[in-house]
Structures are given as structure tokens and as C-alpha cells.
Design a protein around this ligand. Sequence first.
Ligand code: C2G
Length: 707
Amino acid sequence: MEKVSVIIPVYNTTEFLDSCIDSVLQQTHDNTEIIIVNDGSNEECTTKLVGMDDRIDKVKLFHLPENKGVAFARNFGLEKASGDFVYFLDSDDYISNTTLENLVSHIGEFPMITGKNVSVNKANELAAIEYKKPFVIYKRKRLSRFKNRSAVNRLVRMDFIKEHGLQFKEDVKVFSDMEFILPFISLMPRVPYLKTALYFKRKRNDPINNPSLMQDLSSEEKIKDFLKVFNALKDQYAETPQAIRYLDRHFLNFFRKSIVLHCQTHGDIENVFREASYSANKVDKKAYSHLNIVVRQEINYLKNGNLSKFNKMMRLHLRLRKSKRAVQSKRKFFIQMYRSVFLKMPVKEKTIVFESFLGKNYSCSPKYIYEYMVKNNYDYNYVWIFNEKGRQLPGNPKQVKRFSLSYYYYLARAKYWVSNSRLPKHLDKREENVYLQTWHGTPLKKLVFDMNDIHSANPNYKSDFYSQSRRWDYLIAPNQFSHDIFKRAFLFDKEMLDTGYPRNDILHNEKDTDLPNEIKRKIGIPLDKKVILYAPTWRDGDFIDRGKYRFDLSLDLAKLKETLGDEYVVLLRMHYFIANNIDISGFEGFAYELSKYEDIAELYLISDMLITDYSSVFFDYASLRRPILFFAYDLELYRDTLRGFYMDIEKELPGPLVRNTDEIINSIQNVDQMNIEYKDKYDAFYDKYCGWEDGKASERVVKKVFK
Ligand code: C2G
């Protein structure tokens, strides 16, 4: 059986190594050697590699004395390889267990065969492994034109490499593969492509702390590398028309995607322009004769080295594209108005825009900050963002619909923004703008940069979060514990307001007033029944779409009603991300579906007891010093896989962990005993997490931010 040498250059990818190497060890093709080239990785990664080497005899591990770059590492691996075929795999990716077998059995007489790449991020990685089979489409092998310039997921004949002296270009950090790949383009008119040979390419989710090579370089560095490779190959293959066509096509593509973008977004572009101009002169006119006149002019000015005309043409090109986009969609038109008109108008010094939970309701700290200001006659104009307008609100603020033209107008002009979650990335913060981020809970579950893997629907979560949170000027901390975590997990370095949560003022100020009964009457809850509130959080892995998650009720309502129905009613309150409806038919008068109720703080006020899970609601509810049960039926999955926690919940929680409805019923029937049992823990919990709150948090925040 023919031997395959799998060459894996490694640089600081500890967390991905197991899945990468295991995927090679599990190959159905038997005769494989694994050549790992440790390219000067850190100690953690090196130790991990050494451990693997001991375990497995197929692995040949080499250490380079310092980081020499991926091209050098691959060339080094090539020298060590003894197989009939070579296959390149990156150390943060992995392959399906039949990939090599499929490639070997279909390569025939060709010097190279290509497989199919599948992009994976944390959210679909499990799915990709689990559903590996259905991914494989058993189609006949197809000869296709060669589009992609990367060396991974190709089985290459060693003879061919040796015969042509193929190498990766070592004096660039990126695009070093092109030099290795190009001979195939010029010598093979067609390359077999096999859909069943899968390569799982990982999309890194933390470009801030753990960037991939591409993510780590500036656009200027990438452009310089590309041009260097392009120039060298153009000269080397001047006599090979196929290679020339391939190179020209790549240049034009790169010009339109990367060079133009760089020039539009950077001030000092002279250097890049000069170098690109030099390369553009190597491009054959025929390669771009089919493009539209504006792009052709752009390329001509680039070739002539006329920067000012090039700039003019680029701006015209941009304007044309923008207006084309603007008519394509209303939202885009609003955004264009926002950028080109509203942001140019002066800031309104006395305007504050408020938003809570992405416009879903009138609640949380923004509500209480706002109400404090209205009640104390602060001289400001107030604007609230909602998904649905038309609420009756104290102070009668202006209400705007989220993402409407007025939304963009007020966000552009208001000096102040107050929000409890993130505002969209496409908004621009003006220099004069003051952004108060209230956030929305003491964290139990790990946050952003403390999270290892992202299981939720948005794979760009970390980088989005990073850019959105750079705009925050103030951030409210409910307690010292949150202060420390927020600083680290949000990488927040502006002013933290150690005030406690404004949203909990109501729990201190209205606990003993008529308000609780008024709220019960408004909802229609009998005054003679005790109230249990069930308020669980969302599950990162159960998504329907971005921002839309599913939740299945694990409470047995029938059992609860049967045992507790005479004394209690149950309020069901789902997290605002939950998109499916909870069905309570048959339980009317006992169960109340209040997921759409505006403000959960009002539900806390009227509840005698809380059941929750890993939601931050219990940190707030504890301000009332009322009993709390933790219905943690999926604790292991949630804590160990999906999120990870900041505290040892078995030690610190101020109430019991329960796993099923029977245990819930049992705790409720013995609630007095439970209160005694948990008294000390409750006191300690209260001091640590609720100690800063006294009903005056809104006042402290307003005095600080609005002077
Ligand atoms: N919430 C609610 N109803 C629920 C759950 C939550 O109204 N059933 C509200 C509460 O105000 C809660 C907030 O949403 O404090 C945040 O909910 P969490 O369940 O804690 O989850 P998440 O939105 O992921 O925020 O630092 C806090 C974390 O970021 C948690």
C-alpha cells in the first residue's frame, strides 16, 4: 500500500491539537506517517506535542529552534517525508477518517488531487463530527478548474515534488503556498477534485487573544506579501501562459477585495499604492478588459502611478456602489443617511437615548435611571428605542422604532446613550458621545474573553463584542465580584461605576408598599395565593437562528398543580432570547406565561419564591431575601461544556440544587426547613453580591454621569 506523509506545521495551537492529530490517527488508510514540525511554539504547546510523541509511534516530531514561519516548517517537513504522497494539514484543522483513503484511491495518474474544504466554527464543530457521514456525497470524481491557492487538502505525488523542486516561499508570512501550487497550474490543465475527501477548516473565534496567521497581520503586511509573491512568480513563469492567466486573475481579485479596501480605509497609502502600481504593470490588459469602465480606469491610474486620479476614481466607485446598495434596501439607505447626513449634524447636548434588551422591553437599569431623572426633573430630552412603539410611559419620552430612520437620527445626534446590552456594530460613536453601559446581570456563567469556546449562534461573538465594547465610557458594577470579572472578561479599561444595580432599587424601595398588590391585580393573579416565579436562562447550544433560541419546559406542570395548586400559582418567565412559545393550555389560573411581561423586577416583587437555573436573576432576587431553588437538570452539560461558571455553586448558592419536579415539590413543601438550613449561606451570599445595593443606585449613577 502506498505511503502518505501528512505534514503538520504547529505554532501555538494547543487547544486544537487533539482533534487534528486524532483525525489523522483514525484514518482508514493504513500506511501513514505523521510529520509534526513544531515551529517554535510556546512551552504549553511544546509539552503537549512531546506527550503525543511518546504515545504514538506513527508520529515523527521535529522541533525548530525558533519560530521560522509556516513555509519554512513545511519545507522542513518535506525534507523529512518518506511517503509516496504528501498531504498538508494545518494544526488547528482536522480531516474526516476516510479523506486519505479516498484521495489515494482516486488520484490515478495525476500528480495531485484536491478534496473538499468544510468551514467549521465552535457552533457547528460538533455537528460536523457527528454528521460526518451525511456530509459525504458519493459523487463520481469531478475534474474542476483550479481556483484555490492553498496547499492544504491536496494529495501530492512525491516524485512530482522532487522532479520540479517544489518549495514554499520562505520570505513571506502569508501566500507562501502559491509558489508550491503554481507548477500544478502550469503543468496540469485540470486537477481531479473529490467531494468525498473532507477537510474541516476551523474558523477561529478569538482574533483578539488567539489570532490565526491571517488575522494577526495588518492589511498592509498582507498586501506586501502578496505582491512579493506575485512579482516573483510573474517573472519566473513569464513563458507559461496558463500560469500567467492564473496569476493575473489572482492579482485582479486581490486588488478589488484587499488593495482597494485598504486604500479606502487608510490615510497613508502611498507606499502600498507605489508597490501595487509596480505589480499592476505586470498584468496583461486582456485580463481585465471585461471589467466595467470604472474598475478599468482605476487599474489604469494605478498602472500610471497617478495617485490623485486613482483616489478620485476610487471615491466615485465607492459612491456608485453605495447608492446602488441604498436603493437595494431600506435599512442600508437609513445607514447611509446616518453616515452621510445625521452624523454631520451637531450633537444635541441634552438628548439621551435609552435601550433595554435590544428594544424588547421597558425594563432593567436603563428604565430605573430614566425614571429617576424624570422624577427629579432633570432637564433633558429623552428617547426610548423599542421594537414596538406606543407604550404609556412616565415623562412621555419620544419613542422610536429600532432600526427606523428616526432610530439612526437620534443615535447620531444624542450626546448620551444608555443601554444594558450591546449596540450594533455598524453605529459610529462620535467623539462627544457619552455611552453608559449598564449591563444586565452579575455573571455566574463565563463571559466573553473568559469563555474558551463559543457554542452560540454567532461565531464572531468575541471580535464583535470587542469592537462594540470599546465604545463604552462607563460600566456599572453591581458588586466587587462583577467589577473584577467585567474588567477582565470585557477587557474594560474605562470608568467602572461601583454603584450597585439601578434595576434593583425597586426591590428595596417598593417591597413594603402597595405596589406588589397593584401588580398582581394588573396581571390577574389572585391575592390569596402565594407566587412561585420560574425564570430560567437560555442554552447556547439550542439555537434556531442568531439571537433566537429554543427552550423546552422541563417542569411537570400537572404534578405541580396537583400537589401545590391549592396554595400557589406559578409564573413562567423565559429569557428574552427564547423564541418558541411555552404552552400552558390546561393550566390557566395556575400557571401564567409572562415571558413578554415588561419588567422582571416587578415579578420578583410579587413572588414569594424563585426557581431559576444559571440565570443571573438570582443575584437580583436575593436582594429580597426570599427563598430560591436552583432547577439544574442539565448542570453538567451547561457548566462543563456550554459555558463554565465563575463560582463553585455547590458551595455558594443560597438554596438547594434540584434535578426534577419531585425534588422541587419536596423543597417547596418544606420551605421553612430549607430557609433554616440555608440561612448562613444566604447571609454570606447577600453580603458578597447584594451588599452595595440600598435603593439608591440610580441616584449614584445619574449624579456621576449626568453631573
Ligand atoms: N431575564 C429575564 N427573564 C429570564 C431570564 C433573564 O427577564 N427568564 C433578564 C434578567 O434581567 C437577567 C437578564 O435577563 O438578569 C440576563 O439574563 P441571564 O439569564 O443572566 O443571561 P444573559 O442574558 O446571558 O446574561 O453578566 C450576566 C450575563 O451576561 C448573563
